[in-house]
Design a protein around this ligand. Structure first.
Ligand SMILES: Cc1cc2nc3c(=O)[nH]c(=O)nc-3n(C[C@H](O)[C@H](O)[C@H](O)COP(=O)(O)OP(=O)(O)OC[C@H]3O[C@@H](n4cnc5c(N)ncnc54)[C@H](O)[C@@H]3O)c2cc1C
Length: 319
């Protein structure tokens, strides 16, 4: 028995071996842990930062059934409390390496400790790619958003900027066009890279204008974002654009770096799985945002976690 402590007030009694080790304590990982307990298995969640993962970044979650509106932090706490009520242990460490050969899998923690399990669930999520513009950190959640489904309704009848010209930027713009007054799409290239059909649909809304060959240099405001400064990449000229919101869709970064060379990742770093959430290696599952899929939301991460455990329990523990 050993205590792990990475500065969190919480300490957990950790053993060397579990039935299921879950890397990442977001909604995917927590749901997997709850289902594991219900299947009679002993899970461990290893979380390097905060219980609840990316949910902590959203002011109000309004699409998780049971709550018409709940802050992301409250939902995170409720999910983690649910797992703790089922005696799920949490270790507050980063997984820096894995050993995936053979029946017994291993994770190596940032303190050098090695833990073993028969089944591994990778639920390390992703992070939206930042712009790197001056002032971006200050206005995150105060006019800058990275999720249209989550935050779009806060911008009803407002003029917003959408940064990015690929499929996800235009898809999200189409969704936002139902509520906002005007959208200025800022694209770093000379043309959009999104599908033509999507471009046509967005243009048909009559709410969109485009600024090409441009990147966001800085953002400004008082308590809320009120303008962005756009730099033309050819001329270097800076134009100030007053907007009431800015949505950034320049890609996500999956937290899969520690898996490189150990497990197949796609070109973007996501983990491919079959429909049971199992990866190319038996007993290794990937769930939630880190998985190769289209819809990255709390409910889909949770669903992935449930599906993975359902199949893992039957494949590897049903004697
Ligand atoms: C601003 C914002 C608002 C959003 N709002 C909504 C919303 O309203 N509704 C909705 O459905 N979805 C929303 N989403 C999307 C939703 O949060 C994600 O789809 C969901 O959290 C993904 O869950 P996950 O369990 O796959 O991963 P995550 O929530 O990303 O959790 C992964 C966890 O793994 C941990 N981790 C990563 N690497 C390691 C490692 N090596 N070792 C140990 N731990 C590790 C991370 O610290 C993190 O806690 C929003 C996202 C953002 C960014």
């Amino acid at each position: 028995m050993e205590f792990f402590d990475v500065g969190s007030a919480k300490k957990t009694d950790i053993k060397d071996r579990y039935d299921v080790i879950i890397i990442g304590g977001g909604p995917g990982g927590i749901t997997a842990a709850i289902y594991a307990v219900q299947a009679g298995l002993k899970p461990l969640i290893i979380e390097k930062a905060l219980d609840g993962g990316q949910m902590n970044n959203t002011q109000a979650v309004e699409n998780w059934s049971g709550f018409s509106s709940i802050s992301g932090m409250d939902l995170s706490e409720k999910m983690a409390d649910h797992a703790r009520a089922f005696d799920v242990p949490f270790a507050y460490n980063e997984v820096v390496d894995v050993e995936l050969e053979g029946q017994e899998k291993a994770v190596i923690l940032d303190n050098g400790k090695k833990l073993n399990s028969r089944v591994l669930i990778i639920s390390t999520g992703s992070n939206p790619r930042d712009l790197g513009a001056k002032g971006e950190e200050q206005f995150k959640g105060k006019g800058i958003s990275y999720c249209a489904t989550c935050d779009g309704h806060f911008f009803a009848d407002k003029h917003i900027a959408v940064i990015g010209g690929g499929n996800s930027a235009l898809d999200e713009s189409l969704y936002l066009s139902k509520m906002v007054r005007k959208i200025t799409v800022v694209q770093n290239l000379a043309k959009l890279t999104a599908d033509k059909l999507l471009q046509d649909k967005l243009n048909a809304t009559g709410k969109v204008e485009y600024i090409y060959n441009s990147v966001v240099d800085s953002v400004e405001g008082d308590s809320q974002l009120s303008a962005i400064s756009i730099r033309n990449v050819d001329s270097g000229n800076i134009t100030r654009l007053p907007v009431e919101g800015m949505f950034v869709f320049i890609g996500l970064i999956p937290n899969s770096g520690f898996l490189k060379g150990k497990l197949k990742l796609n070109d973007f770093g996501y983990v491919p799985t079959d429909e049971n959430m199992e990866t190319e290696i038996e007993g290794i599952y990937a769930v939630g945002d880190v998985r190769e899929k289209e819809v990255r939301q709390i409910v889909t991460a949770a669903a992935d976690g449930a599906i993975a455990i359902y199949h893992a329990a039957r494949s590897y523990f049903d004697e």
